[in-house]
Design a protein. Structure first.
Length: 331
């Protein structure tokens, strides 16, 4: 816990500025900075520069992230129903697949091809997980592969568990999207819009779940649910669990498991992590050959994301899945 305390604390750096108005000099930049950080809740471009304190937690900007965790305790207010529970499971699995199949294997690694429409639909679904936009996600992940577990890696656990699990993306340095890292994606204006207004997708999902719950409360009262219950279970609980399941690949899959391949990083294969992330836990496999659509190299390596991608390919929604080289099949 001490490492977490060190990551999440630190004095705010002094900012000096000269302003012709009568307002005290130290107040104007601070007020402007606060307004920009508040605006960043709705418009990710508001903090396009790192500014002072790039390696410090931006507490004001991350208030929604912290509030979402606190909102989990609302389960004691809204109660439980099996319909709400299975809705939470469904929104978890659907968004996990959108992250693993599209944010990761498609946007970050181009492991297959698809149409512009399907590309946007799954980008929107993944963005509804509140893990930022597709360009931001892919840019940071590509940097991770370039510098895995070396200086410059955004989230190496060599800098501490809490840094790799959560603190790295709460810092100002990690907020901006490096468009130079994703020129192939930045040419799509709809993806840039989704990346800039990344709050839209999770808000839409939350509103739809609330409206569905209210409708069912009147149309199917035997289900025992309502708008607030579906909002809390289907969005809040599901999203927070999804957060930390996804984050384990950064923090735990570089610490615990087996190393089949002698990669230049600490990546490991972990069956339990593969279960909760639909196949992402075969992380050493992935770092050895990141371009393949498949991460479970052996038949028994459970990789549901790959199975679902094969289903989408059969439906002709995606195509040209990059195969695993013959030398690695069953390796």
């Amino acid at each position: 816990m001490r490492s977490l305390h060190r990551e999440l604390t630190g004095a705010v750096e002094n900012e000096a500025a000269v302003h012709p108005c009568a307002v005290p000099r130290h107040r104007m930049p601070e007020a402007t900075s606060r307004l920009r950080r508040l605006r960043a809740w709705f418009d990710a471009s508001a903090l396009s520069d790192m500014g002072p304190g790039a390696d410090r937690i931006d507490w004001l900007r991350i208030v929604p992230f912290l509030a979402l965790h606190l909102a989990v305790f609302a389960v004691f207010l809204v109660g439980f129903s099996w319909f709400a529970f299975w809705t939470a499971v469904a929104t978890y699995l659907l968004r996990m697949f959108a992250i693993t199949g599209f944010y990761h294997r498609y946007f970050s690694h181009k492991a297959f091809r698809t149409s512009r429409a399907v590309q946007f639909v799954f980008a929107f679904l993944a963005a509804s997980s509140a893990q930022r936009g597709p360009l931001w996600w892919a840019a940071h992940h590509r940097k991770h592969h370039r510098l895995a577990d070396r200086p410059g890696d955004p989230h190496s656990p060599r800098e501490g568990f809490w840094h790799s699990h959560v603190a790295w993306f709460l810092k100002r340095r990690a907020f901006a999207t490096d468009l130079s890292a994703v020129p192939d994606l930045a040419r799509y204006p709809e993806l840039r819009w989704l990346d800039r207004y990344d709050v839209v997708a999770p808000t839409v999902l939350a509103v739809l779940l609330f409206l569905l719950g209210e409708m069912l409360a009147h149309a199917a009262p035997e289900l025992g649910t309502n708008g607030w219950q579906l909002l809390v279970w289907g969005f809040v609980v599901s999203t927070v669990v999804l957060f930390h399941a996804t984050f384990t690949i950064n923090s735990l899959a570089h610490r615990f498991g087996r190393r089949r391949f002698p990669t230049n990083d600490d990546s490991r294969n972990n069956f339990l992590l593969a279960l909760i992330t639909l196949g992402e836990g075969w992380h050493n496999n992935h770092h050895h050959y990141p371009g393949a659509a498949r991460q479970g190299f052996r038949w028994w390596e459970f990789d549901p994301t790959y199975y679902l991608l094969r289903l989408l390919a059969a439906l002709r929604l995606i195509w040209d899945l990059k195969p695993l080289p013959a030398r690695l099949r069953g390796a």
